[in-house]
Design a protein around this ligand. Structure first.
Ligand code: LMR
Length: 334
């Protein structure tokens, strides 16, 4: 009798071990935008491909729309290991100790995706991701979003139209300098709070790529949208380094492959998603889309490229120049 219960006990213990061994590794991937955006779709794509490539041994749980953490908390959560993966915008890396990522926020530093990719897919992009290593973070990839529009309740055509406008920005010193150069008053605010702040008049306007303007319904509470493409907003996918390095080698390899596929996917859809979003905002009739004349564009550009020089001390002259070199930007000469 005694021997039977010992045997039974051992069998149960064995089953428990098997069950434990079969529990999938969970990767919590938190982000702040809607699922129906380039980042939201790429995160879902990664979850699917990661599960396929690891035959279910990894389960990626995607938490969109700040449902798990808002901007600031998500970065802390990653460092503490409460989430394993994020894709914050490149404007949000200073709190991680790598303010050089703000170089991507410099107005007019990229004319198009081709110039952007010359950086994100080249040695400058890699060296920036490498800087995260010291902070307990691994940078896996760059995911595109798009070029920003400006929105407000008054038409923003000339630089002088910005005077006194309270403009919501992400927590980047470059974006702060950009709004100040236009004569506006920059207000740092978490992404999850922007719609309400626009609706209640806490801020007058903001900037974001059309995909965010549309999916957060910001256009419903903004009368005018200037199709300015004055700056870029995109992401770096990052993971908690000890977690990633502690994964079994075969799993890590499969996840790296899944990430490479998802990056391709993200960067393939970003432009179209943003074009579609802008078309939908236009079709809604809720805000008027303003196209700048060539003269107006030049006036914005002349005013805003001054920010490059102003930010040399923060970001590094060499880094800025290495980007000019990679893209062929004539920014320094305007
Ligand atoms: C913002 O805060 O405006 C963006 O960073 C949101 C995002 O992640 O695209």
């Amino acid at each position: 009798m005694k021997r039977t219960s010992i045997l039974l006990g051992l069998v149960c213990l064995g089953l428990a071990f098997v069950a434990q061994a079969e529990e999938p590794i969970v990767i919590k991937f938190s982000h702040v935008v809607a699922s129906d955006t380039p980042k939201g779709k790429a995160a879902e794509h990664f979850a699917k491909v990661a599960s396929e490539k690891t035959k279910g041994r990894v389960k990626v749980e995607v938490y969109p729309n700040s449902t798990l953490y808002k901007d600031k908390e998500e970065v802390e959560a990653l460092q503490l290991g409460s989430v394993q993966m994020l894709a914050p915008s490149l404007a949000k890396f200073a709190p991680l100790g790598v303010k050089e990522f703000e170089v991507f926020d410099l107005p007019y530093i990229f004319d198009d995706y081709e110039q952007l990719h010359a950086v994100t897919e080249g040695p400058v992009g890699k060296s920036l991701l490498d800087k995260l290593g010291d902070k307990g973070i691994l940078g896996l990839a760059y995911w595109d979003n798009g070029f920003k529009v400006m929105s407000a309740n008054k038409p923003l055509r000339e630089v002088k139209d910005f005077r006194g406008q309270k403009m919501r920005i992400q927590s980047s010193k470059v974006l702060e300098a950009q709004m100040k150069a236009l004569g506006a008053s920059p207000q740092v605010m978490a992404f999850s709070e922007v719609y309400q702040a626009l609706q209640t008049g806490v801020v007058d306007g903001t900037e974001n790529p059309p995909s965010n303007l549309y999916t957060q319904k910001m256009y419903e509470v903004q009368k005018y949208v200037t199709h300015s493409n004055h700056g870029y907003l995109g992401y770096a996918v990052i993971v908690n380094k000890p977690f990633w390095e502690g994964l079994p080698a075969d799993i890590r390899k499969a996840l790296e492959e899944a990430m490479a596929e998802s990056t391709q996917y993200a960067n393939d859809i970003a432009k179209q998603e943003n074009d579609d979003s802008l078309a939908k905002v236009k079709a809604s009739g809720k805000s008027e889309i303003i196209e700048l004349t060539p003269e107006q564009k030049l006036a914005w550009k002349k005013r805003l490229v001054q920010v490059h020089k102003e930010m040399e001390g923060r970001i590094g002259k060499d880094l800025i120049e290495s980007i000019y070199k990679a893209t062929g930007c004539d920014c320094g000469k305007l």
